[in-house]
Design a protein around this ligand. Structure first.
Ligand code: ZN
Ligand code: ZN
Length: 700
């Protein structure tokens, strides 16, 4: 119900109140056995057990209802969000005192009907400081900061609670300076004032200032509460200030606040933030009663410290102990699944979230989208995205970035169109996602249009990563000259990523001269140069310029740069099986190589010719083919084939480098031979191989 409708209803009710009193008088006469005090006891009994309607029924039989009882009814209705009923009771009161007026105004504020509250406040015969403060709070709750300020200045008298309301409101709106100014003006700040100011400074990014203020508070001899300590320990975690935190921990134990749930949860987060997650565990072990907040703090602590296996085991322990995980438990757990690329564990956790009714929660849903897409399953990522209710910008971005990584540019752009139709404002991540989708799909014109659109929208918002994407789009499409000119015309200084995009494109299109220029530019920036030498040496190798290859190798040795060894892995039942090139250490090596031999024979029958350029060594031709079959991604695929029992299931392989051209052709053929989908994630994207084609359309 809108506030205007409520006001209308209120005036109608006032007219009818006279009639009501006559009726209730009649009811009263009929029930002769109810005495006044018995009725009062019964009403209180019902209210205590939250049976408001029963209480109301008895109250309505009273010809002259008690002011206190009516006020209690009003508060009970407001708490249950039944404002109209509360207003009815208020209107039918034979007389009202200042408490009933304040309760009614507060009820309106609680139910979000600020205009009705304002009308009542204006009508109120005698306002107290509580009435004024309630209105100040209400204005902040409705985001009407200027009105709150006006009321605060008009207040004839202010107590500390009024000052605190104003400070708290300012802090909620990030107006830290205004809050602090008021804080310095309060005649006698109490513990609430200090605690809000400390917490507010911390939440608004000034954890150092929060800690300074805490020291002042200790000097001022105001006694801190458990809330204060929770705020202080959080500030220590955010600063981070390990030594002060440990001291505060001592105070907490000494003053007996340790067993308060939010204090111990903050302590756990504090130790985790200071990279001492083992101490977090100790805090948890010392607690007698451990609840969801405390467990979640520990789980998030593990996740933050990249101890993802531990995070997942905390989740299992919670379930076994019948402690129901909440929204933040799920987000942290799913982030750990993503980091471990553990799709099967992620799916299990998704199942638990659905059972607990959190499957479509926006935070849980966003984590699900990221988990599924990063683990190679864009299909489930898409349905998780559809299921998210009340999508925020993170939801939209996760879907767009997911589709981009999986090379599904059409859907990335479709999601963007939906966003625009729903008036959701895109941010820089949205545009990075869209541009990289264009680059992965070879959408040259769409990419250009998008970049023009961004320039028209706000050129200041174009960041270096967007320029990098644009160079990538141009370069991959073979517009190398245009890409180089684009870099030269950039209004900001290009970084090594921009040049690396050009260098990568030069490798794709074997443009040695331009590659050398790009490499030179990167070396001038004195950035991390290992990628430059690797790319250049690959370019020379594919042009069979072996002397240049060894020159590059020499330079890498000189500067102590090692080529990152190629690695591929498969995560199966939560376990990671990793393979290096030519790896023979896996327990299933014999079976894997049997499979490799089988595939090799099959592919030869299909007429496959290895592209020996990708062997990248100056060795005999026959050896080159041997080397290609030892590439880590082929070993991982073979492992996936021999170890996954489910017929026709998808095999997902992760790789730390870009997939080489020959492995790409081979994997396409393998997908025909085995009749399965093979997903390979390399450094930039996912390739979905099925029935002899790759989702990237050989464009990567
Ligand atoms: Zn390869
Ligand atoms: Zn591909």
């Amino acid at each position: 119900m809108t506030s205007r409708a409520i006001s209308r209803r209120l005036s109608v009710l006032r007219l009818s109140s006279q009639v009501f009193r006559v009726q209730s008088h009649k009811t009263f006469s009929a029930s002769v056995d109810s005495t006044h005090s018995c009725r009062k006891a019964l009403i209180l009994h019902h209210l205590r057990d939250n049976r408001i309607d029963e209480a109301r029924e008895i109250l309505s039989r009273d010809p002259s209802p008690d002011v206190n009882l009516c006020t209690m009814m009003i508060s009970a209705y407001a708490r249950s969000n039944r404002l109209v009923d509360a207003l009815k009771v208020f209107d039918q009161m034979p007389m009202r005192d200042v408490v009933s007026w304040n309760s009614m105004i507060n009820g309106c504020v609680e139910c979000g009907a600020l205009d009705t509250a304002m009308t009542l406040f204006d009508e109120m015969p005698e306002r107290t400081v509580v009435s004024w403060t309630t209105m100040v709070n209400g204005c902040f709750r409705s985001g009407r900061v200027a009105e709150a300020e006006r009321l605060f200045h008009q207040m004839p008298r202010r107590d500390t609670a009024a000052w605190n309301a104003m400070i708290h409101g300012y802090l909620q709106f990030g107006k830290v300076d205004d809050a602090f100014k008021l804080f310095t003006l309060i005649p006698c700040p109490n513990v609430v004032s200090w605690t809000s100011m400390i917490g507010g400074l911390d939440q608004n990014g000034n954890s150092g200032g929060a800690l300074v203020l805490f020291r002042k508070m200790m000097d001022s001899r105001v006694k801190p509460t458990s809330r204060t300590f929770a705020c202080v320990i959080t500030a220590c975690a955010n600063a981070p200030s390990f030594h002060l935190g440990v001291q505060v921990h001592g105070f907490i134990v000494k003053l007996g606040f340790f067993f308060e749930e939010y204090v111990s949860a903050s302590l756990i987060t504090f130790y985790a933030n200071c990279k001492r997650v083992e101490d977090s565990r100790k805090v948890l072990d010392e607690k007698v009663h451990v609840n969801v907040a405390v467990w979640t703090a520990l789980l998030s602590g593990y996740s933050l410290n990249r101890k993802h296996e531990d995070a997942l085991s905390v989740f299992s322990v919670m379930l076994k102990a019948d402690i129901l995980p909440n929204q933040s438990t799920f987000t942290s757990t799913l982030n750990s699944c993503t980091a471990l690329e553990a799709l099967d564990r992620g799916k299990e956790i998704h199942g638990v979230a659905i059972k607990l009714g959190l499957g479509s929660d926006v935070f849980v849903g966003n984590s699900l989208v990221v988990m599924y897409s990063e683990c190679g399953n864009m299909h489930d990522a898409a349905s998780a995205f559809t299921g998210v209710s009340g999508k925020n910008i993170v939801s939209w971005n996760s879907a767009i970035v997911g589709y981009a990584q999986h090379g599904n540019g059409r859907w990335a752009l479709e999601i963007f169109c939906r966003m625009v139709r729903l008036n959701v404002e895109p941010d820089e991540i949205t545009f990075t996602g869209l541009l990289s989708a264009c680059s992965h799909c070879g959408y040259l014109e769409k990419g250009r249009k998008l970049f023009e659109y961004m320039s028209r929208r706000n050129p200041v918002d174009i960041k270096l990563q967007h320029y990098t994407c644009m160079v990538d789009i141009l370069g991959r499409s073979g517009k190398l000259k245009e890409a180089e000119e684009f870099i030269e015309s950039m209004p900001v200084k290009p970084n090594e990523m921009v040049w690396l995009a050009l260098l990568g494109a030069c490798r794709m299109h074997s443009d040695i001269d331009r590659a050398e220029r790009a490499a030179e530019a990167i070396l001038e920036l004195e950035a991390n140069t290992s990628a430059v030498y690797v790319l250049l040496s690959n370019i020379y190798a594919s042009a069979r310029r072996w002397s240049d290859v060894s020159r590059m190798r020499g330079k890498m040795r000189q500067s102590g740069i090692r080529k990152r060894p190629g690695k591929s892995w498969v995560v199966m039942k939560g376990e990671k099986h990793e393979f290096c090139t030519g790896d023979r250490t896996h327990p299933m090596t014999d079976k894997i190589h049997e499979k490799i031999e089988f595939l090799r024979r099959k592919l030869r029958e299909m007429g496959y010719e290895p592209d020996k350029r990708y062997a990248l060594h100056d060795v005999e031709e026959e050896q080159k083919e041997e080397m290609l079959w030892n590439h880590s991604e082929r070993l991982a695929i073979a492992f996936g084939l021999v170890s996954s029992r489910v017929e026709g299931s998808t095999i997902t392989v992760m790789k730390n480098l870009r997939v080489c051209g020959d492995c790409h052709s081979v994997t396409k053929l393998i997908s025909i031979v085995v009749g399965r989908e093979i997903v390979v994630r390399d450094t930039t994207r996912f390739h979905h191989f099925k029935d002899g084609v790759c989702s990237c359309g050989d464009y990567w």
